[in-house]
Design a protein. Structure first.
Length: 366
């Protein structure tokens, strides 16, 4: 094999490590290291010296360890064998990552487990080329971006699953809020990934999460949206008002879905007492009147209520009384019945004032 007088490697795109193809060298040969490279002389598995960018003439005094190993006479130009490795120190910024299967995350706000997919982009550079050379390269003649990406893929996705979950739990980030906080989560992931890559002499940089999303056809997406809507509604109306509103919604639906006053009354959810009372009235109406006691007067007054800015009803007197028993806040609602010129609170209606339990005396003066 011919003796090499010039040792150099012109950087190729995507190549991280290149082993010089010949090992027949001699003192006096020139070594050319381009900007963004570092060259290692390796003999017998040991690094004899490293050279940063520049042009060098190989002499016994600039590679003393190599000279000691090959043990050539001073001034000799006899060929000797040594490996020369070129490591690319430039930044590599176009690597992509993505989850092959959904990550199962529990939303910390709504306690719903949702499957999410994530993908993004990252870059890296070789921070410790000697550590990188001996922990990953071994005796491979070349090592490129694709090989590095394959090598780190499992490590990256395993760590990311844990790191993203940890961030979401610590900061109580709902899955629905993630799109607005991608930059913050990306910075956190990069910081947490740094020590794992540093073990191989690699520095991860410009780590970006482009998207974390729930598949549109997954049922948990609708479930978590409903939970969010309910939470927002409770914040706006308050728990007591929401409870009251739901009670009247049930009454409305019962009236719409059932025919006849009796069925609507029973299905309105106003309690067993109301049902029994109505049953008694119906029974009395079917029993022949003995002539001594008049039959019950039919309930004919209809009331309309203002609930959350919307008109609800009509309701009869018994329905409203049952609702007041369940929730005294009903008395604070505005109401209207035939003959009135304006809406007034229920607690001003004579037929309901007896049910107002909020009439308490003022504190005793001290």
């Amino acid at each position: 094999m011919a003796i090499i007088d010039i040792v150099k490697y012109e950087q190729q795109e995507g190549v991280i490590v290149h082993k010089f193809p010949s090992c027949d060298l001699r003192w006096g040969s020139q070594l050319v290291v381009y900007p963004g490279q570092v060259a290692f002389f390796v003999k017998g598995g040991s690094v004899c010296d490293k050279f940063t960018d520049g042009t060098y003439t190989l002499k016994t005094n600039n590679i003393p360890l190599l000279n000691k190993i090959v043990n050539l006479p001073f001034g000799s130009d006899s060929p000797f064998q040594a490996d020369v490795w070129f490591v690319n120190l430039l930044q590599h910024l176009s690597l992509k990552w993505g989850t092959e299967t959904p990550i199962q995350l529990e939303d910390p706000k709504y306690d719903i487990i949702v499957p999410v997919r994530a993908h993004g982009q990252y870059g890296f550079k070789i921070r410790d080329p000697e550590k990188f050379l001996f922990t990953l390269i071994g005796n491979m003649p070349n090592f490129n971006e694709e090989q590095l990406q394959r090598y780190f893929r499992g490590l990256l996705l395993t760590k990311l699953t844990s790191i993203i979950s940890q961030k979401i739990v610590i900061d109580r980030i709902s899955v629905l809020e993630i799109p607005t906080r991608l930059q913050e989560i990306s910075a956190y992931c990069q910081k947490e990934l740094l020590p794992f890559f540093a073990e191989y002499g690699v520095e991860i940089m410009l780590f970006n999460i482009i998207s974390i999303n729930i598949p549109e056809d997954d049922s948990s997406l609708n479930e978590i949206k409903r939970a969010k809507n309910l939470s927002a509604r409770l914040k706006i109306t308050g728990h007591e008002n929401y409870k009251m509103e739901r009670s009247f919604d049930v009454m409305d639906k019962a009236a719409e879905n059932e025919s006849g006053t009796g069925a609507a009354f029973i299905n309105a959810g106003l309690g067993l007492g109301a049902s029994l009372n109505m049953g008694k009235q119906m029974g009395d109406s079917l029993t022949p009147n003995k002539g001594n006691v008049p039959p019950p007067i039919p309930i004919s007054v209809s009331y309309f209520l203002a609930i959350d800015g919307k008109q609800k009803g009509p309701y009869n007197e018994q329905q409203i009384k049952e609702a007041i028993v369940q929730d005294s806040n009903v008395l604070n609602l505005l109401a209207w019945k035939k003959g009135m010129t304006d809406w007034l609170p229920l607690n001003t209606f004579s037929e309901f004032t007896a049910l107002d339990n909020n009439d308490c005396p003022p504190p005793i003066p001290v």
